[in-house]
Design a binder for this molecule. Sequence first.
Ligand code: NAP
Length: 540
Amino acid sequence: MAMEAKANAVSFDAVVIGAGVAGLHQLYRLRGLGLKVICIDSAPGVGGTWYWNRYPGARFDSEGFIYQYFFSEDLFRDWSWSEKFPGQPEIERWMNYVADRLDLRKDIKLSTTVESAHFDEETERWTIATDRGDVIDTQFVVACTGPLSAPLTDLFPDQSTFKGQIYHTGRWPEAPVDFAGKRVAVIGNGSTGIQVIQTIAREVKSLKVFARTPQYVLPMKNPKYSAEDVVAYKARFRELAEVTPKTFAGFHYDFHETPWADLTAEQRREVYEANWRDGSLRLWLASFPDLFTVEEANKEISDFVREKMRERIDDPTLREALIPKSYGFGTRRVPLESGYLETYLRDNVELISIRDNPITKIKPDGIELADGRFYEVDIIILATGFDGATGALKKIDIRGRGGRSLRDEWNQDLRTTMGLQVYGYPNLFTPGAPLAPGAAFCNIPTCLQQQVEWISNCIKYMRDNGKAVIEPTKEKQDEWVAHHDEAANGTLIVKTDSWYMGTNVRGKPRRLVSYVGGAGVYNDMCIDIAKNGYAGFALS
Ligand code: NAP
């Protein structure tokens, strides 16, 4: 950073990067503490993931009544969801409602991308530079950049030669895409691909789905809410606010209280059936934790889901292609769906397995596979996912003490201190970063709120106690990474490839991005650290 640019910098107490679920809350809390704060986001609107992921069929997999902020009963009470799992347009409206209700817009700068953040060891302050030419001098940086906000867009040879329309789901355009009469390809069948496929099949002329790994899917039950339903869920505000931060995954439910091995197979079957009938993620997160750790328990529940899927698919070829065999249920993110499996029975839909016959090239008019087969299409939808947990932060040139680069360090080894801070980067906070539940294993608002509250309380503590700088000690970070790895390596998740393990990004160090000790346990540990004067963090 040139000295002159730095001299002209505008000063703030804190810069919040990102105006999504965490960023809006963080801006509100820091402003409430009396800090001069600016929030910066690349998007032209607020909402973060719910601004960008406006692809057809995008909706919550968490119940709307817990995908909420629980720091304000007014905010909760004055917004009414229309159904149990609302869709993206309603969610985006809700995020705009939050921004307006909390009067946040005056401190948000949109359509602006933070390009660099450099720490100056003399002044102990950060210099932020944006693509709009802003230079900002700030004491604190809170990177609310989201765990799933760096889309994997450029994946196939000669992709840029494609003459039709090509979209990544995580950068879906605001103007509606017209599918009528179009030959469409969807690449990817994760939670996103599934939502797209089941939604557009009836609009397109033809749909080719290029799928590599089959998914264990659970049918979503999504009742519309009556006025009475809304009153009923709103009456649960205190209970939900109390319970969600204490559970394993930040939901309003938790695992069965009896260990898997203490029940008979029949009793366990009753638990699976009841959870499956709920039409939510309960089968995954309210059955038995043993499914994550005990091969036999995982096999039993995997068989249960396979059986449920088989009941819906008669065709043996489709069964073979759609029902997973190579990994266990729940070791990747479980998608909810609505008629996804039946979509493949439509005459205009074809499932193309690319497990052993990968895409080798995108040509100007279609997609070519290794065996030379070619599919002519007008539109390609890349539902190919994200550089999870690390991608958004790695896009920014972040330099800490001694000019160390977060991008370079994370390209070698993925380390954080509880996903809150990284050793060597003082006064940089990172909610949603790797090695905390909020990176993947959580109803995201529960975990991000907990981190935002912790960060806000920490900054308040510093101000009250005349401290200017906080950073984790190397010992604390080493200790946390070791604890994280121990928890992760005790699970079957580490045996399955997915964005949870970083295996979807070539060259990314293999480590489970999310802490799996449980959101409630993590929350308690964070509270203890604060109670003990931020033990493990150096304050000066
Ligand atoms: P994802 O789960 O990473 O799935 C990406 C898909 O693209 C996979 O099917 C993957 O195949 C495929 N793929 C990636 N690179 C490929 C390549 N080079 N060639 C062929 N296929 C390729 O991404 P996502 O579906 O966007 O979901 C990411 C996360 O977002 C989810 O796990 C979830 O946490 C979140 N999400 C949430 C909701 C919700 O709550 N409602 C909705 C959507 C997404 P492989 O499986 O073989 O790698």
